[in-house]
Design a protein around this ligand. Structure first.
Ligand code: CP
Ligand code: NVA
Length: 310
């Protein structure tokens, strides 16, 4: 049976992504003051969330999303499971599928998520891997759409590391018709997965992704500026990264190059004074806390879609 796994945006159709986004926006808008009164689209269903890395937003937002949808969530770390003592992902997937209706996994190696999806008899959701973070980008796009109407045709700048969040932004650009300008130091430039996504995009004659050498070229006239930590979970070269990324800080001077009403986004957690100044992060163009809230709304729609409720 083909399950509605939510693994990566590049394997979903533009229509499916747009459907999830519009459902999220409708649920949020319609039940703004009464979040918990939203339709119980997943009544009685259980999501298991497994965390092999730390999390604040993903952990809480999936749990609250399931409660709002009339279901419940069991949150686990791999050390709570026999997985932490060497039980295979395949056996874990087979067993968990007998108890729960969907599984969310945050882990390091993307292959673990793919293995989970292969052996599970329920839908599997990507809660971040070293490769990608599609739930985050869904929340980010939801935030842009909410504030600006549509993201189609917009200029989006990604500043800094070509990391997991950046790859999901690349996938989204190729599916939703916005231009993504990436300014990254050559030492931490496009990953193989990113190059492949760009090649496929060029082959389809979309040309959505642009790697720029001059930082200014990403900022100029951008409608949205995005960045992320210079040191992701699992990165071990912190001192080198701090030096290499120093010129890539998002600050007020650089924000002036962007469009007047440009928004600033960061998936959080943020490190003020490193990838972004406090002035920008806490300033009027920043929508980082709306973005964090939208993890909840986006994931409600993602879970409801995975479970076949929308
Ligand atoms: N942005 C994000 O995924 O946050 P957490 O690591 O807190 O879940
Ligand atoms: N790129 C960051 C995102 C955290 C939500 C990391 O993987 O640590």
């Amino acid at each position: 049976m083909a399950y509605r796994h939510f693994i990566d945006l590049d394997s979903l159709s533009s229509e499916t992504i747009s459907h999830i986004l519009s459902s999220a926006l409708a649920m949020k808008t319609e039940f703004k003051e009464l979040r918990h009164k939203a339709p119980k689209l997943c009544e009685g269903q259980v999501l298991a969330s497994i965390f092999e890395k730390p999390s604040t937003r993903t952990r809480l937002s999936f749990d609250v999303a399931m409660r709002d949808l009339g279901g419940s969530c069991i949150t686990l770390s791999s050390n709570d499971l026999q997985l932490g003592r060497g039980e295979s992902i395949a056996d874990t997937a087979r067993v968990m599928s007998r108890y729960v209706d969907a599984i969310m996994l945050r882990t390091d190696a993307h292959q673990k998520l793919l293995d989970l999806a292969e052996f599970a008899d329920v839908p599997v959701i990507n809660g971040l891997t070293d490769h990608s973070h599609p739930c985050q980008i869904m929340a980010d796009i939801l935030t842009f759409v909410e504030k600006r109407g549509s993201i189609e045709g917009a200029k989006v700048a990604w500043i800094g590391d070509c990391n997991n969040v950046a790859l999901s932004a690349v996938h989204a650009a190729t599916k939703l018709g916005f231009s993504l300008y990436i300014a990254a130091p050559k030492e931490y430039g496009p990953t193989k997965a990113m190059e492949e996504a760009v090649k496929a995009d060029q082959k389809a004659k979309k040309n959505s992704i642009h790697f720029v050498e001059k930082l200014d070229d990403a900022f100029v006239d951008a409608d949205l500026i995005m960045t992320d930590t210079w040191v992701s979970m699992g990165d071990e070269d912190e001192e080198v990264r701090k030096k290499v990324f120093a010129p890539y800080q998002v600050n007020s001077e650089m924000m002036k190059l962007a469009s007047k009403d440009a928004l600033f986004m960061h998936c959080l957690p943020a490190y003020r004074g490193r990838e972004v100044t406090a002035e920008v992060l806490d300033g009027p163009q920043s929508v980082v806390f709306d973005e964090a809230e939208n993890r909840l709304h986006a994931q409600k729609a993602i879970v409801a879609w995975s479970l076949g409720a929308i």
